[in-house]
Design a protein around this ligand. Sequence first.
Ligand code: SF4
Length: 264
Amino acid sequence: MTTPTEFMAAAPTGLNGNTPWAARYASELRQVVNEHARGSARNLQVHLGPSEIGSPCDRQVVGKLAGIPVTNHVVDPWASVVGTAVHAWLADAFAADNKRHGLRWVPEQRVVPHPDHPGTADLYDAVEQAVVDHKCLGESSMAKIRPPGDPPQRYVIQLLLYGKGYRLLGLPVARVAIAAYPRTSHTLDGLYVWERAARDDDDALIEEIFELTRQRKLLANEVRNGRPLLTVPATPSDDECFFCPFYRPQSAHDNGPGCPGNRR
Ligand code: SF4
């Protein structure tokens, strides 16, 4: 007869540990991280911040505004956990730089470009009059920002909204910038900055976004009153679908909840 110890010893170790105990323990640790990540304040926020209203996909924003339940259970939260931790570290780093060299940086500032859509901007540089957003990116996302690519529309709109928020606080904004930090590299050699100088038509662009958001709120009311989310126009893209809360490729075949996105 096999004892429990012999049974455990015979179990496959898998890829996550050198013994059955270690593999099981890895799975327990992972569960704690995942549960905390899913329940984090960022994931539970109900209002849509500047990072969300700039999505080019009506269906995604309408679904969020309407409070449709999440159907995307594919995305592993680890990249977002690393990004959140790096953001906290960078905020400390720039605050400490103020103490060493005099006031220059405003890290983690609440800004309100629109009363319904406040957010927390990563960094303001008073010397360069620049609004800076930290992005902690994997190699494929980094490649999209480097030439000949351009940052996703959502990033640019987010920055313009932060810029408006800072201007409403009385701070001049000469440019906005993305500081893209390499998430998987062991050095900062790959740090890449994309910038855009302030333009005369920035405010008109921002008003267009607010008008689009107003229309999306009307659609969200219809969805709350029973209109199927899938009847809302969608703009599937590689940038948006994988991280979209409503992405569920199987819905293309099983008529279940969710949006098939770019996997039609
Ligand atoms: S999965 Fe893609 S197409 Fe569908 S709502 Fe999300 S972003 Fe839009």
